[in-house]
Design a protein around this ligand. Structure first.
Ligand code: OGA
Ligand code: MN
Length: 283
């Protein structure tokens, strides 16, 4: 196994490994790299859904996503991130993650990490970006670090509650009712969370899921959230990925945000499988 840095900011590419067949020592090496680099890229993988699931389970139990209509019908642990249509309806989440976010931060126990595997990619568009949220925290002005110390933020899946990003037309499928039906109750998580493995602090807010701050009105909180989000989304903290078939990217949801860059021309297919590792209560 060879591990080399992806960018100066963070991330690593892991080569010389078949994710369909990793021995326990290999898993430990990958775990160590995961804690060090936050985002790991494995190229040229040819794995079945079972192998994807088995490898993912080395890092914890898997989630079954709340978007029940986007799960693979034979494997509920696989979320389809896909623009394939059957009978005029998307079979999966079409362009998941079109605002910066951390997966499942709207849950009481948000996801530890996710593994996204590219089975088909578009010729144009469909890139994904990740942000290093350790770097975002570390570089905050001291005054801001003090201000957010011990502060909690409100997170919600319900896009209709989110004035910052709103609800673009293509996300109105099922409307308010669908979001109201599948959204769990709002949750509160630390604005700066401590990574349970590394002990480092990361900024833990996102434009997609963070609506406000505990004990203040959501309106009052917007200036602080604006400041944090603007600071975090600097280009210096970004890894930009153009997918190739066979790429699998495993990322840590506790210290990164990610974003779907979109821009796929009509008629081009992008088809991916995601597993989502369960996490614990942020502190
Ligand atoms: C996800 C996600 C972004 C993309 O799968 O969690 O946000 O580019 N995907 O598909
Ligand atoms: Mn996502």
């Amino acid at each position: 196994m060879k591990i080399s840095q992806l960018t100066e900011a963070f991330g690593a590419v892991v080569s010389g490994v078949d994710l369909g067949n990793v021995d326990p020592e290999g898993v430990e090496e990958i775990r160590e790299a995961f804690h060090k680099h936050q985002v790991l890229l494995f190229r040229d993988q040819e794995i079945s859904m079972e192998q994807h699931i088995v490898f993912s389970k080395n890092f914890g139990p898997l989630e079954v996503h709340i978007s029940k209509d986007s799960l693979h019908k034979d494997h509920e642990e696989i979320l389809l991130v896909s623009n394939v249509k059957e009978n005029g309806k998307y079979i999966g989440v079409e362009n998941a993650g079109d605002s910066w976010h951390s997966d499942l931060s709207y849950m009481p126990e948000p996801s530890l990490g996710s593994l996204l595997y590219a089975l088909e990619v578009s010729e144009v568009g469909g890139d994904t970006e990740w942000l290093n949220m350790y770097a975002a925290y570390d570089t905050l002005p001291q005054k801001t670090k003090e201000r957010i110390e011990g502060l909690k933020a409100r997170h919600s899946f319900n896009r209709y509650k989110n004035k910052r990003i709103g609800v673009p037309d293509q996300r109105k499928v099922g409307g308010k009712e669908r979001y109201a039906k599948i959204s769990p109750p709002d949750v509160f998580h630390p604005v700066a969370r401590t990574h349970p493995e590394t002990g480092r602090k990361a900024l833990y807010v996102s434009p997609r899921f963070t609506l406000g701050i505990l004990d203040g009105s959501d309106d009052e909180a917007q200036d602080l959230l604006d400041e944090l989000i603007e600071h975090a989304t600097q280009r210096d903290f970004v890894y930009h990925h153009s997918w190739k078939v066979g790429d699998l990217i495993m990322w840590d949801n506790r210290n990164t945000l990610h974003l779907a860059c979109r821009g796929i021309p009509e008629g081009q297919i992008r088809h991916m499988h995601r597993t989502t590792i369960s996490g614990d209560v942020p502190f």
